[in-house]
Write a protein of this length. Structure first.
Length: 82
């Protein structure tokens, strides 16, 4: 039986989080990416969304996945730490 590796990466829209998500995906992990920054809710003017990272991750992995491992999350309102 093969081992399935699962990872949850927060802050995956850009920077270190995005890099980690892409490397884990290339390594074969099923990775769930989350971030407050999505196409539907922009928090900052910086480029990149969690959907962009998810698409790049799927392309880098170059294989179909079941079930879809990408969960997107956008906060309904900015937190006190934003």
């Amino acid at each position: 039986m093969s081992e399935i590796r699962v990872a949850v990466v927060t802050g995956a829209a850009r920077g270190v989080g995005r890099g980690i998500a892409l490397v884990l995906g290339e390594a074969g992990a099923v990775d769930y990416v989350t971030d407050r920054e999505s196409r539907g809710l922009r928090i900052s003017a910086l480029p990149g969304t969690v959907e962009d990272t998810a698409a790049a991750d799927r392309a880098a992995a170059d294989r179909p996945r079941e079930p879809d491992p990408v969960e997107t999350y956008a906060a309904a309102r900015p937190t006190a730490l934003a």
